[in-house]
Design a protein around this ligand. Structure first.
Ligand SMILES: [Zn+2]
Length: 82
């Protein structure tokens, strides 16, 4: 049962990534975690952010997701703070 739910969820992720035009990037192993430099796969993909046309990925590690979020914050500080 839980496997089926997991599969549906994975298909939804794939569809989202496909619509963003980055499914092939991940499937080709070209996506790297911004924090730990691990190769992003459909299994460990957790978060993504876009800044100045460049994509930043985070793997399933909570710390990596937090770091990616703080990247967002620091970008905002740079834009707004000075
Ligand atoms: Zn990571």
């Amino acid at each position: 049962m839980s496997d089926k739910i997991g599969m549906i969820h994975k298909e939804e992720i794939k569809e989202t990534l496909y619509k963003m035009g980055i499914l092939s990037t991940i499937e080709n192993g070209e996506a790297i975690c911004y924090c730990c430099n691990k190769t992003i796969t459909l299994q460990n993909f957790k978060a993504i952010t876009k800044f100045e046309g460049k994509l930043y990925f985070a793997c399933e590690n909570d710390l990596c997701v937090l770091t990616l979020c703080s990247l967002d914050n620091s970008i905002n500080e740079d834009i707004n703070g000075k």
